[in-house]
Design a protein around this ligand. Sequence first.
Ligand code: MG
Length: 221
Amino acid sequence: MIIIQMDFDNTISVGNVSIEVRNEFAPNTWLEMEEEYHSGKFSVEESNVRQYALISNNQKQIETFVLANCKLKNGFAKFIQTCVDIGVNPVIVSSGLDFYIHPLVLREGLDSLQVICAKGSFKESGIKVNYYDPEGKEISSGFKETFLRDFKRAGHTVIYFGDNESDFVAASEADFVFACDSLVDYCQSNSIPYKEFVDYYEARELLIEKIGSFDGMESSD
Ligand SMILES: [Mg+2]
């Protein structure tokens, strides 16, 4: 079947919720750690483990902040309904954290949308972050492409939605890409077939068009 594998921060959400959370709750040392991530010293997963450990607030405080300050791009709930209606399978695969993704998705009434992301546990010493691969084994890099490869191995066609460098590997192995921000330039420079989208009303129209062109190559299931 066709899987719509979707990044969360700045792909589904307006802006980057993870950055807003760290900006609000983490001491300023997160900015140095973020520099180290951008310089390639740490994977996005390792970087989240380090940075979220700096936060000592509780889950309720973060959830309240996120619900008051963050939202999803226009048309997202309708887009997901359309995916279901046309028989494709949307799934969020994000290296972001469950405690901010779930409340924002649930607020849209999307209780049955599958979300695969980092697990955050609130401890005295800060938030502990864990990533698990499709077999439940802990991993510290390549989270998004690990799931993409698992979908591909199972014979699925994967349409990938993303926005930045943490999506480059997965996007380059997907069957087709829906891109915003720096992923657009990456797809262009690397001859990866893609469509650029701004919101989910636009993505919905483009997806319906695109699925038509996939119909011939799909094995029925
Ligand atoms: Mg993102």
